[in-house]
Design a protein around this ligand. Structure first.
Ligand code: FMN
Length: 197
């Protein structure tokens, strides 16, 4: 599914409402997400909002843009291309179970319709800002993640941050670019039975 539909820039839920209702969800129903939902979530993370300068939904220190989003879907792994708002195929097949195992066996992730690995090429930012750039890159990953959480909430979907994982295993399983390091994983899906949440 490399072609993504255009994202909506107007929604029906206020930012305040998304903020007050957001809660981590670890119980997904295993339903696939629609192309529209996938498009919207990736765009919220780092979609281009000012094409002439390549500026995005989240701020970036010195506009160095060190972050990449890897989208893990049941059918395969893709890298999000903000410039074209499309997915670039990385590998086919469902890696959710292997990935969950590398996330200290957090197997609830296997029912998430979309898992986003937020990865960074630190050099993009440290080459300009030196050691301080490391801080900027990690902060930036947080901006992306919160955008995705609020967008998931506005779409009525559940989401959770996953920070407990083996870095090397995740990089290998997802087939990250050699220059990318995984900083945070976000699992998003249709909410399952509330009583098991
Ligand atoms: C950096 C970071 C890493 C996290 N890692 C995990 C994780 O590996 N597994 C998990 O189930 N939740 C993880 N969480 C979610 C927290 O447990 C959750 O945000 C916290 O319990 C507060 O609940 P709330 O998100 O519903 O407000 C993480 C959150 C953050 C910010």
């Amino acid at each position: 599914m490399p072609e993504l539909p255009q994202p909506d820039t107007k929604g029906h839920i206020s930012v305040e409402s998304a903020l007050v209702t957001r809660r981590s969800c670890r119980n997904f129903s295993n339903q696939p997400l629609s192309e529209k939902q996938i498009s919207q979530l990736l765009w919220a993370g780092q979609g281009i909002t000012y094409a002439p300068r390549g500026f995005r939904t989240a701020p970036s220190a010195g506009a160095t843009f060190p972050i990449s989003l890897y989208a893990i879907l049941p059918e395969g792994t893709f890298k999000y291309d903000p410039q074209t708002h499309n997915l670039i195929a990385v590998q086919t097949g469902d890696i959710r179970h292997t990935l969950a195992a590398a996330c200290l066996e957090q197997f609830f992730m296997t029912s998430a319709g979309l898992i986003i690995v937020i990865a960074a090429n630190f050099k993009r930012t440290t080459s300009r800002y030196g050691q301080r750039g490391k801080r900027y890159v990690i902060l930036e990953a947080g901006h992306f993640a919160e955008n995705i959480f609020l967008q998931a909430q506005a779409l009525g979907l559940g989401s959770v941050a996953i920070g407990a994982y083996d870095d090397k295993k995740v990089a290998k399983i997802v087939k990250l670019d050699e220059t990318d390091e995984p900083l945070l994983i976000v699992a998003i899906g249709v909410k399952g039975d509330e009583t098991n949440a």
